[in-house]
Ligand binder design. Structure first.
Ligand code: G4P
Length: 526
């Protein structure tokens, strides 16, 4: 059956890391293996550069360019692999959370010298909420870093993962000689700055006590490796594919992305074990990839940075059936039929119009403002995909109209920017004032700039002291009680859901104590 074949060929995943751990470098090396790009640097040049992080327009521009790297497809061992790009910049963390709803597994990159960093913790937490299968790649082994065992301890403690090393380094930094691949029982010797066709020398060593090991790495390193592998087999669980697929066990690999070392081992193992496109849950039912009828959801919307083209690209993950070009589909929220004449797929830097796409694929749909994040598109069934929550913003400001003649433009602009997921808008119950909430300070400038340039509207901000926005749940009577007693702290989000705006951790705690039957949630889905 053609659909089953297409589904079995697909692996859709994301690479996550704290900025600078090597995500872009690893992505690039993977694409080189797949032949999707010919030269190193093709992805890198699209990256938001560190030097310009204070210049928000530059970042927006680069984000505009990086639309090309939103999805990077390549073929390897007859499989079609889709890497979904996740912005590393912390101010765009919510983009990353949402992208993670569209992947079936992730690779987490950790810098051996820095260990587990903050952004990695948060991203892995989001993956764990959904039991997403995780492979860990410890990068920069050509540099001095933390001891391997300490690092595994830290990963278990800080990321809450149960790990299972499938490769183990022989030395590190200056003394780094390679890795022993326990998954395939091979010693892979390190050659700095290997080119793509010059992989490290691979030596089959099924028995570590063999003197062959000493010949290649020297007696001391060989003995150390034997001891360490002994400890590893005693301390860590054996690899079990099902446990990995359940999100309960994470294989760990060591390597050096820049030197193209350990990347092939990682990729080979990945294609062996990573899940094929997984079912997705909707409020109505589970949607399985093999179903005949097509269904998908929008997880990301990207504005066109060219002011002459106001259209946007909505990225849709195909969840079931076959998506076809120029076919009538139902836009569930708007309850209307839509046809897409030029759905686009991305093969690294190349864009192509596609006639058909299958579960696990992501297509870009040109959109003039009809979509918002979380929207479903189906062959007619009313489905609402779950797992695309909003997270409580970290920063809040009142937004005021600075040009009374342009209030319509401001409302429209804000509406569309919120649909894109740039920030969240809350309307206070008591006086109808509007509050914008964001993850990072950068978005406030982005919004102001885009309102002016794309919608001709002006806004000013006013500070407001808020700690968190909490979506509330409970019986209507309890919610009414909360509403009447805390009216000045209550607001509605853009979809009309009731939200408690907590001034501090203490006010939140008080509200929880005084309203024990009300649930307070930091995400819009609970
Ligand atoms: P990111 O996407 O996670 O933010 O990281 P990125 O790949 O951009 O890598 C961050 C820096 O780490 C880059 O150096 C990159 O060259 C370096 N790097 C990546 N992998 C390795 C590795 O295996 N070993 C070593 N020693 N370095 C590695 P940069 O100086 O910031 O940028 P560039 O000038 O090299 O482009």
């Amino acid at each position: 059956m053609a659909l089953l074949e297409e589904i079995n060929k697909r692996r859709t995943f994301g690479i996550v890391s704290h900025p600078d751990a090597g995500k872009t470098t690893l992505t690039e090396k993977l694409l080189l293996f797949g032949g999707a790009i010919q030269v190193a640097g093709a992805v890198k040049s699209n990256k938001i550069k560190k030097s310009t992080t204070s210049d928000f327009m530059e970042i927006e521009k680069q984000r505009g360019i990086s639309v090309a790297t939103s999805v990077m497809g390549f073929e390897y061992r007859d499989l079609k692999i889709n890497i979904l790009d996740t912005p590393g910049h912390k101010d765009f963390a919510e983009d990353t959370y949402r992208t993670l709803t569209a992947v079936d597994s992730v690779i987490v990159v950790i810098d051996v010298a820095k260990g587990v960093e903050m952004q990695t913790e948060r991203l892995v937490e989001v993956c764990r909420m959904r039991n997403t299968p995780i492979i860990v790649f410890i990068n920069k082994m050509d540099r001095e870093g933390l001891d391997g065992f300490d690092l595994l301890d830290e990963i278990e403690a800080k990321l809450g993962l149960t790990v299972c090393p499938l490769s183990w380094p022989v030395g590190m930094g200056q003394r780094f000689q390679g890795v022993y691949n326990m998954y395939e029982q091979k010693l892979v010797l390190f050659r700095p700055h290997s080119k793509q066709d010059e992989l490290g020398e691979v030596i089959e060593i099924t028995d570590l006590s063999s003197s062959e090991l000493d010949e290649h790495v020297g007696e001391d390193a060989a003995n150390e490796l034997r001891e360490e592998v002994n400890v590893l087999t005693e301390v860590y669980p054996e690899f079990d594919k099902q446990e990995y697929l359940d999100g309960a066990l994470s294989p760990v690999f060591f390597g050096s992305a820049i030197n193209n070392f350990g990347v092939k081992e990682l990729l080979d193992c990945f294609v062996d074990i990573a899940p094929t496109p997984l079912p997705r849950f909707t409020e109505e039912r589970e949607v399985k990839p093999l179903e005949d009828k097509f269904a998908g959801f929008i997880f990301k919307i990207h504005a066109n940075m060219d002011p002459k083209h106001r259209d946007r690209i909505a990225f849709m993950r195909i969840c079931s059936g076959t998506f076809e070009r120029n076919t009538n589909y139902l836009h569930v929220r708007q309850n209307r039929k839509m046809k897409f004449s030029n759905p686009t797929t991305f093969m690294a830097s190349k864009k192509e119009v596609v006639d058909a796409a299958y579960p696990g694929d992501v297509v870009g749909l040109y959109d003039s403002g009809n979509f918002k994040i979380g929207d479903s598109v189906t062959e007619g069934e009313v489905l609402h995909f779950k797992g695309i929550p909003s997270f409580s913003p970290e920063q809040f400001r009142y937004v005021n109209n600075a040009d009374p003649l342009k209030s319509k433009q401001l409302a429209k602009g804000l509406d569309q920017l919120m649909d894109e997921g740039v920030a969240q808008l809350f309307t206070k119950e008591i006086n109808g004032r509007k509050i914008i909430g964001t993850v990072g300070a950068l978005q406030f400038e982005v919004i102001q700039y885009r309102l002016k340039h794309e919608y001709g509207a002006s806004c000013t901000y006013e500070p407001i002291n808020l700690h968190k926005a909490c979506w509330v749940s409970g019986e209507q009577a309890d919610l009414n009680d909360l509403l009447s007693r805390r009216k000045r702290d209550m607001a509605k989000d853009k979809d009309g859901n009731l939200v408690f705006l907590a001034e501090s951790a203490w006010t939140l705690q008080m509200a929880q104590e005084n309203h024990p039957n009300v649930g307070f949630h930091f995400t819009s889905e609970y």
